[in-house]
Design a protein around this ligand. Structure first.
Ligand SMILES: *Cc1c(COP(=O)(O)O)cnc(C)c1O
Length: 372
């Protein structure tokens, strides 16, 4: 009975009258069935404006967007591409798909993003690009990273699939890198079921993107129908990001520093400076200690039984791929530690009322305490 009172696992995408209206309008004017209607053009323009960039290239997925960006950066076989050892698996596989070698760099001790102090040692004459992801509400150190990369003429692909609309060190996520990547996958903050985009202000990259996608037809397209449902969501994104961030603050307030499990986010100081405004696709929680695989599984099962969508984060890339598939730039122990101790809360619940968030915190603490 109490469970009908709190919805910890609401549907995503959520009901949205503007999306419904867009679908209705499309059904009437036939634009849903066209190769070239008004919606892709409008979305491309809206995303360029939103990010204050010159170009936005729409794609069929975020994964395809990363692949295309790598190609546009000239990555091919015998090249090396640097990425963090804690990252979305498809970024790693994309590098392999181009015949290039992923070079894995550890994350920092206290954030699941690339450790800049270890990046320099990863460079080699074969380094052709750096892929860097903002993950679980944490921000990669873009200012220093860009300085380091630009000094060496290495292009940076900035994966902002998890934090559209976030402010990273004073600039919108995706606009620091030579190319920024967005995803419109079914679970994402902006969803069309599938889809992605590359934002960039570099004309030479835009030109090469055209080269790789124009095969007499667009080889990795987003459809008019997808674009039409994304437009109203983009309008709502800033407000929804704010609501989610407020829920996260609320949630954090319910956990003490030394609890068995704690949500972890960018420090309050950094956020109050206004330079860092995270967006939450997945909210990370850290377990106090590294559980065995069995204990972790039983924990996750217990959360899911309670309709709490708290699940393992990514696996460390060097743990799920053969050694011959990558080069490790030094120890990758922090990535492994995060992979072991991190759980991520899926975002839809963060749009629920304050009392749902408070109850959620209580249940997460209860379940974790009982199981550990
Ligand atoms: C979702 C995601 C992508 C792209 O996913 P697609 O489903 O291919 O759109 C890329 N990087 C990260 C970090 C993601 O979370």
């Amino acid at each position: 009975m109490i469970d009908s009172e709190f919805n910890f696992n609401p549907e995503w995408p959520c009901l949205d009258e503007d999306v419904r209206d867009a679908l209705f309008a499309m059904a009437s004017d036939g634009s849903w069935g066209r190769y070239h209607g008004p919606h892709c053009q409008a979305l491309s323009r809206a995303l360029s404006e939103f990010h204050s960039v010159a170009h936005c290239h729409l794609t069929c997925s975020g994964t395809a967007a990363v692949e295309l960006a790598l190609r546009a950066c000239g990555v091919s076989s015998s090249d090396e591409v640097i990425l963090s050892a804690y990252d979305f698996k498809a970024n790693f596989v994309n590098v392999l798909a181009l015949g290039a070698l992923p070079v894995l760099v550890d994350v920092t001790h206290d954030t699941p993003v690339i450790d800049l102090t270890k990046l320099e040692a990863a460079l080699s004459p074969a380094t052709r690009a750096i892929v860097v992801s903002h993950l679980h509400g944490f921000h990669a150190p873009m200012r220093d990273l860009m300085q380091l990369a630009q000094a060496r003429g290495i292009p940076v692909i900035e994966d902002a699939c998890q934090n559209p609309g976030a402010i990273v060190d004073g600039r919108m996520a995706g606009t620091w890198g030579d190319a920024g990547i967005l995803s419109f996958g079914g679970s994402k903050l902006l969803s069309a079921g599938r889809g992605g985009a590359i934002v960039t202000s570099r004309p030479e990259l835009t030109q090469r993107l055209q080269l790789h996608t124009q095969r007499g037809n667009d080889a990795y397209p987003l459809s008019e129908m997808q674009a039409a449902v994304l437009l109203p969501q983009l309008k709502r994104l800033p407000n929804r990001n704010q609501i989610r961030a407020a829920s996260v603050q609320n949630l954090i307030g319910q956990f003490s520093q030394n609890a068995v499990i704690t949500p972890v986010v960018i420090s309050e100081g950094a956020q109050s400076s206004g330079k860092e405004t995270p967006a939450y696709y997945k909210l990370p929680f850290l377990l106090q200690t590294s559980p065995s695989a069995e204990v972790k599984q039983s924990l996750v099962d217990a959360y899911h039984t309670a309709s709490i969508v708290l699940s393992p984060g990514f696996s460390a890339l060097h743990r799920i791929h053969a050694r011959s598939r990558y080069r490790a730039a030094g120890e990758l122990s922090c990535a492994e530690d995060f992979a072991n101790r991190l759980l991520t809360l899926h975002h839809p619940v963060l749009l629920q009322p304050e009392r749902t968030i408070a109850e959620l915190a209580k249940r997460i603490l209860d379940i974790t305490t009982i199981r550990l």
